[in-house]
Each structure stands twice: as C-alpha cells, then as structure tokens.
Design a protein around this ligand. Sequence first.
Ligand SMILES: *Cc1c(COP(=O)(O)O)cnc(C)c1O
Length: 216
Amino acid sequence: MLEKILSELQPTKTLLVAVSKTKSAETIREFYDAGQRDFGENYVQELTLKAAILPKDIRWHFIGHLQSNKVKSIAPFIHLIHTVDSLSLLAEIDKQARKYNRVINCLLQFKINEEETKSGLPESEIANFFDSEIFRQAKHVRLVGVMGMSTFTDDNNQITNEFRKLRSLFEMVRSKYYPDDEEFREISMGMSDDYKIAVKDGSTMVRVGSLLFGKR
Ligand SMILES: *Cc1c(COP(=O)(O)O)cnc(C)c1O
C-alpha cells in the first residue's frame, strides 16, 4: 500500500505524512525501513515516547489538537506543527522554540468543515491574527502554509468544495501576507478517504493513517 500511494502522489510531488497514532514503534520502524521518513502523531505523550526510541532522522509532524501546556515536550524536535489556530498557541510555540534556539515550522489550521469541533481559525479572524503584535513578535515560528480537515461525509462534492475553500484561503493569505516568500507554500489536506480529491485540488501534503496501517 505504501508503494501504491507513493506512486499516486509522485506526479504532483505531494508529500505523504504517514499517520501512526496508536500504532507501535515496531510498526513505524517497518515503514521507516521501507524508506518512509515523515510520520504524523496526534498525542504529545505518545509522540515523545516514540520519538525517544526511533531513529533521529524521522520527521515528526504534530497533527492533533495541541494544548499550550504540552508544547514544551515537543519543541526540541518537532518538524512541523499542522494545527496552529490561535495566537495564544502561536505565542507558546514561539516561547518554547526560543529556549531551544529553534525556528519551528507551523501551518495555520482553518476550519473548513461543518463538524462541531472548535479546531481551526475562522476566516473572519485572519486579519486579527496577522495584524497582531503577537504574530509580529513571534520570530521563532515560521508559518509555511495552511491545514484543514473536510467534513466526515461521503458527499464528494462537499469535500471538493471544502478543499477548494482551503486552497482559496491559502492563496489569499499568501498574496496578502507572504507575497514574495517562497517558503509559504504548503497545503496540508487529505486523509485516507479523501486524499485523491485533495491532490486534485492542490494538496502539497496528505495525512494518511488507516489506509497504510489498517484501522485503529
Ligand atoms: C487521524 C488523522 C488523520 C489520518 O486519518 P485516516 O483516516 O486514518 O487516514 C489525518 N489527519 C488528522 C488531523 C488526524 O487526526
């Protein structure tokens, strides 16, 4: 399955983030031995335990809801945080990254779905976010793109519309706040059930779990 998905992502050079939450270190190791280096995790404690015993060249992506008081545990090593959706979280990541003399790459998570969840910045908050003093002062965080999750539905039209919405938010933020910045370029969208749709609509990284590892 790994080879099949990689070959599907090859034409668009979309990155595969293998979502290994709840899976054992041994299982991750098998995928590592097959060449996979980018892994996504949702829970801080689970991630830090795995990161401690697995090879150091794994690029760990944090894709779950991140509580501010847990940022310090992942700040020394995290490769990319996909789920920044508030200024208070941004400020905490900046503070912890500074301690380790790092600049941590992050994605701004937008709410594009109709789920009850509160995760994701609403579109109406974009100007507040970027015009804030907190954002301007956060020298140890680099925003490199956006992330979103579609509604859990089998209506492919709805999913397509939500991914297009995320892409248009990405383009709007890029043109307004990162006009000459090549590093602002990532659109993290697509999971096991909808990554093919996401790739058609411009995803640069898909987060695939159950299709690779089996159901949780
Ligand atoms: C669990 C999870 C995934 C992977 O979901 P699958 O349907 O197993 O591919 C992707 N993104 C996020 C944010 C997740 O929490």
